[in-house]
Design a protein around this ligand. Structure first.
Ligand SMILES: Cc1ncc(COP(=O)(O)O)c(C=O)c1O
Length: 468
């Protein structure tokens, strides 16, 4: 009888070599993909063959054909969106996670996955300065963390109003008022939509030019509430990096609406709590009821890991947990599945544990601080260029740049920089103006990467002006 697993060791060794080879070139290859989706679709596609192919041949061909259409996102000069890269220990642990193959909702069935998550959860609570008893769910990202927070908040405020939303749903329930900042992240509204609270019903409180909730606008919004309420604050605006004024807002909400649920979307901003010099930005945020963040942003673990923290673990469990006779959740230990919307799930605790263990407290602090300092380096250098404006107050890792006070010029500079391939920046609209967005959040990025990227931006601006 042949061994069906024969050859797997060679396959994995070869795959590791191919992956290492790719990663070895990552810092020097063009950041932007060199081939389109359509080109790769044609290479990969055609009718599903009847006969299978040797695994090694499949992998060799993928390793040959796919990279041209990859964006060098984990590399040191990708500054688009707000995405981390892959810390070496986290990437390696992610490989092990696939090999270990744990479906991780139950501590009884997969104790290793549960234990790694448990330790990582405690370390993260400590790192962020959140209430020690908080419960933690490891979800796929900030979107699911925001959704989970809305589901938990919905549970708690309706329970206080005498309504069991888990059993009865929202039909006939007391109305829940939701308050957000006018510039809250789109995924918060997706969370509201999926939790049945409606994206369009949120009362959006006016923000200042940095995107921070205005206290003078929050006050009347709170005064207009009667009944159950969820108030959503933000740590780190996706464009400017700005923080809502928690130190004033949280006590004000507690005083005016003692039963309200306060949520903080801190997808990347919550990591300011781990820094040397920027903790003041999140001062007061720990007074909320729930917090969402991403490990695949500033902790630089591979996709996909988001985190939801809840002060009241009983509410968290009540909104998320499920049972069936065949599912061995014994309640005596921390079951990861009690804190997330999914049943089957990857053992996300392993890469998070490895990242934290490999960095230590000081390593996390240095990484986040370094990114913020590099964002300042970008801003200072660009501000010194004639015709270049920095439109935000660079408090964290986000820089918003505008060229010649012109949407067209800014678009053209971005296109030229992207085509050059040395670095990658995206665009967006800020207070009505088109801007180039710079997000520095990758563990790998150093001063030399910023300086190389600045050279390309300067050249692109020069060429754009020369072209008229
Ligand atoms: C403030 C904020 N919230 C939520 C998210 C969504 O996170 P994810 O893309 O991991 O779902 C982001 C992503 O950039 C964000 O900046």
């Amino acid at each position: 009888m042949t061994n069906p697993d024969e050859g797997t060791a060679d396959l994995l060794r070869r795959t590791a070599d191919l992956a290492i080879e790719y990663r070895g070139r990552l810092a020097d290859r063009p950041v932007e993909p060199m081939a389109t989706e359509q080109q790769l679709y044609e290479i990969l596609g055609g009718p599903l063959p009847d006969a299978g192919e040797e695994p090694l041949a499949v992998i060799e061909r993928m390793a040959r054909d796919v990279p041209a259409s990859l964006m060098a996102m984990p590399g040191p000069r990708f500054f688009g969106f707000v995405l981390g890269g892959g810390l070496p220990a986290a990437v390696a642990a992610d490989w092990l996670t696939s090999i270990w193959g744990q479906n991780s909702p139950s501590a009884h069935v997969t104790p290793a996955a549960a234990a790694a998550e448990h330790v990582a959860a405690e370390w993260l609570i400590d790192l962020f300065g959140l209430p020690a008893q908080s419960s933690v769910g490891f979800v796929t990202g900030g979107t699911m963390a925001n959704f989970a927070a809305m589901a938990v908040g919905r549970h708690a405020v309706l329970r206080a109003a005498g309504w069991d939303v888990e059993q009865n749903g929202l039909q006939g329930a007391p109305r829940v008022t939701v308050i957000t900042g006018a510039d809250a992240h789109v995924t918060l509204f997706a969370g509201l939509r999926m939790a049945g609270l409606g994206a369009g019903t949120a009362r959006r409180v006016a923000v200042d030019r940095e995107g921070r909730m205005r206290i003078d606008a929050l006050e009347p919004a709170l005064a207009a509430v009667s009944g159950p309420a969820i108030v959503c604050l933000q740590a780190g605006n996706v464009n400017s990096g700005a923080f809502d004024p928690f130190e004033v807002a949280v006590p004000m909400i507690r005083e005016r609406l003692p039963d309200a649920w306060i949520h903080v979307d801190g997808a990347f901003g919550l990591w300011a709590a781990a820094t040397r010099s920027r903790t003041h930005l999140v001062a007061g945020a720990a007074g909320a009821d729930s917090w969402s963040t991403d490990a695949h942003k500033w902790l630089n673990v591979p996709f996909d890991t988001g985190l939801i923290f809840v002060r009241d673990g009983a509410s968290h469990r009540a909104a998320m947990s499920m049972t069936a006779s065949y599912l061995p959740f014994d309640g005596g230990q921390r079951d990861p599945g009690d804190f997330v919307p999914e049943l089957s799930r990857r053992a996300r605790g392993f890469p998070v544990y490895a990242a934290l263990r490999s960095l230590g407290r000081s390593g996390v602090r240095d990484m986040v601080d370094r990114c913020c300092d590099l964002a300042r380096r970008f801003a200072d250098a660009l501000r010194a260029e004639p015709g270049v404006q920095i439109l935000n107050d660079v408090v964290l890792n986000q820089v918003l740049v505008r060229f010649d006070d012109s949407d067209d010029r800014t678009r053209d500079v971005i296109a030229r920089v992207q085509a050059d391939g040395t670095a990658w920046f995206g665009g967006g609209t800020w207070n009505g103006d088109f801007v180039m967005r710079i997000s520095v959040i990758n563990w790998w990025t150093r001063e030399a990467d910023v300086d190389r990227s600045l050279e390309v931006i300067r050249r692109a601006l020069h060429d754009s002006r020369a072209a008229g």
